[in-house]
Design a protein around this ligand. Structure first.
Ligand code: FES
Ligand code: MG
Length: 595
């Protein structure tokens, strides 16, 4: 089905043209009346010749930017360049809005909107005559929502990231958006800064248009879209205000038209090999703990088997190569100038850690795109043999407290290691008592008064997909002020059934399934119980006898199970009834039937 652009642009009707989805839709030879009806409103801005006679493919531009979604807002401008690229290559662009998702202000949590945006996008792409689509991505959940929809529909699709913000600074110090918040909160709790300085410090981290300038979930998911082959090579990390950003917007518009003619679909690109490439890349960049949730969700909709054991097996032994906050020092401007993802993938390719033959959106292989693109800036992107840290991937933890949870090891600091993990007799194992909080409100109420010392494990429950609809990003908890004032040098370990911000650097065991709201054993844990965490065996065990567990479970079930907060909206209610666990990507249980 390959066909050159020139012959396409000559305007002749060919068999290929007739096989275009939009052609069959709008050129109904059996019923010209219906064609006329489908076309009449579009012609308010187009021409009949333009829409029909020249047989151009119709390309959607899925617009995720708006005033409500400031991280993606610059897409309102970039879309013009996308449109010009589509037009130059002989396509017709139709821009339409997607359900906005803004990480930083959506209540109760932006993850709730990922599946809503996905559903809406699937409906639009299914229900209108698109031959292909440009997916405008950026802020954390906008990218997976788009990739999930592309997987379900399986029409030619390409991602364009809005790009990260410029670096933030306070004098000479880099201030990373998101990441600075955790630091500033600790300083605030320790009494080192007042309210005004907290606000000042945090807002300095967001100096321009674009998404977070750290390796948080936004930078991660856009890097992974590129690693999968769903965005042009080198495009993900370009800072939003750089001149290369509108340039790549134009190229992306050109590319999607070529993809339509080539019939290059998500199922040709997002293969098992592509997902394995993305898993390896995620460790090397120090990617967010939200990545397994989102990538597993995309894989499910693509019909590609992928689970948390794959994440550990493929990703754990990959080293951390990218020195960007929260795992490192730099921000995304350095990362881009150092070569961005192609430079990281060039290292992985040399070591045989990638499937070089995987096809990407531009019709070339991963190897074609990244070979030899090593970084010139070894402070920001390390050589494989001299990494920031070896074995920097996620561990897949199990045990009697939950069936499945993940732990990001690249953020374990030396201080934490000394305090918890360096017992000479048993390294990488610790036993500690817990302080248990039922959701973030309970945490804020009791953190200063609960019985917590410098070896306490903080546990957060009731914050999974059902408990706190959408799964709250709250498992990274700050230690109480009295410990911080004494000069505690590390974050206390945190465990929970919710998520953690990709910008946070605390060593945590996250996304635990089953969640407390499904009456997993997290629901019967009590303040002061002892836990044993064994990183060698990937186990988290509550040191409570079998009989005691049985009796606590009986009491819980007699009381009607773990108590749930009420849904506040009809959608929250629907979400809670129809969504699966974090370990499986938190996707619509029944939607996977359609992939
Ligand atoms: Fe949108 Fe961080 S809040 S990317
Ligand atoms: Mg986030």
């Amino acid at each position: 089905r390959m066909r050159t652009l020139e012959s396409k642009l000559s305007g002749k009707t060919s068999e290929e043209t007739k096989s275009l989805r939009s052609w069959q839709w709008l050129r109904r030879t059996d019923d010209p009346g219906m064609s006329a009806l489908y076309m009449d409103r579009y012609l308010n801005f187009g021409l009949t010749e333009e829409e029909l006679s020249s047989h151009k493919p119709i390309i959607g531009i899925a617009q995720s930017g708006s005033d409500l979604a400031p991280c993606n807002r610059y897409h309102l401008t970039l879309a013009k360049r996308v449109r010009e690229g589509i037009r130059s290559a002989g396509g017709i662009a139709i821009e339409f809005p997607t359900h906005p998702i803004q990480e930083s202000s959506r209540r109760p949590t932006a993850t709730l909107d990922r599946n809503l945006s996905y559903l809406g996008l699937v409906e639009l792409l299914h229900a209108y005559p698109f031959d292909g689509v440009v997916l405008l991505t950026g802020c954390d959940k906008t990218t997976p929502a788009c990739l999930m929809a592309a997987a379900t529909l399986d029409i030619p699709a390409i991602c364009l990231n809005v790009g990260p913000m410029l670096n933030g600074y306070s004098r000479k110090d880099r201030i990373g958006s998101g990441t600075v918040l955790w630091k500033a909160r600790e300083m605030h709790a320790a009494g080192e800064i007042d309210d005004a300085e907290l606000l000042n410090m945090v807002t300095r981290g967001t100096p321009s248009a674009g998404h977070c300038n750290t390796m948080g979930t936004a930078s991660t998911m856009n890097a992974l879209a590129e690693a999968l082959g769903m965005a042009l090579p080198g495009s993900a990390a370009i800072p939003a205000p750089y001149r290369e950003r509108p340039q790549v917007a134009y190229k992306t518009g050109m590319q999607i038209v070529e993809m339509v003619y080539a019939d290059r679909k998500p199922s040709d690109i997002m293969t098992r090999q592509a997902f394995e490439n993305a898993l390896a890349a995620n460790t090397a960049i120090g990617g967010s703990t939200n990545a397994p949730i989102h990538l597993n969700a995309v894989a499910r909709h693509m019909g590609v088997p992928l689970n948390l054991d794959d994440w550990e097996q493929i990703g754990f032994h990959i080293p951390l190569l990218v020195n960007v906050q929260p795992a490192g020092k730099m921000l995304c401007e350095e990362y881009y100038r150092a070569g961005g993802l192609p430079a990281v993938m060039a290292e992985l390719l040399d070591q045989g850690k990638l499937h070089g033959s995987a096809l990407t959106c531009n019709g070339k292989t991963v190897k074609d795109n990244v070979q030899g693109k090593h970084s010139w800036d070894r402070e920001t992107i390390k050589a494989y043999e001299q990494p920031m840290m070896p074995d920097a991937g996620f561990l897949h933890m199990t045990g009697n407290l939950f069936d499945s949870a993940i732990m990001k090891t690249s953020v374990i600091s030396d201080e934490f290691r000394k305090a918890f993990l360096e017992s000479p007799s048993n390294p990488n194992v610790f036993e500690s008592k817990v302080a248990v909080f039922d959701g973030p409100e309970d945490y804020h109420k009791r953190i200063e008064t609960a019985d917590i010392d410098e070896r306490t494990i903080l546990v957060m429950r009731g914050t999974g997909p059902i408990g706190y609809p959408g799964a709250a990003e709250v498992v990274n908890m700050t230690a109480p002020g009295h410990l911080l004032k004494k000069g505690l040098k590390y974050s206390l370990p945190c465990i929970g059934d919710g998520r953690q911000s990709g910008t946070s650097g605390s060593p945590s065991i996250l996304n635990a399934s089953p969640e407390a709201a499904e009456n997993g054993n997290l629901a019967i844990l009590k303040d002061g119980d002892m836990l044993r965490v064994d990183l060698n065996k990937r186990k988290v065990e509550m040191l409570v006898s079998e009989e005691e567990i049985k009796s606590r479970r009986a009491t819980l079930m007699e009381a009607g199970g773990y108590s749930l907060v009420e849904s506040q909206t009809p959608y929250q209610d629907l979400f809670r009834r129809e969504t699966g666990p974090l370990s499986e990507g938190m996707v619509w249980k029944r939607a996977t039937r359609f992939q």
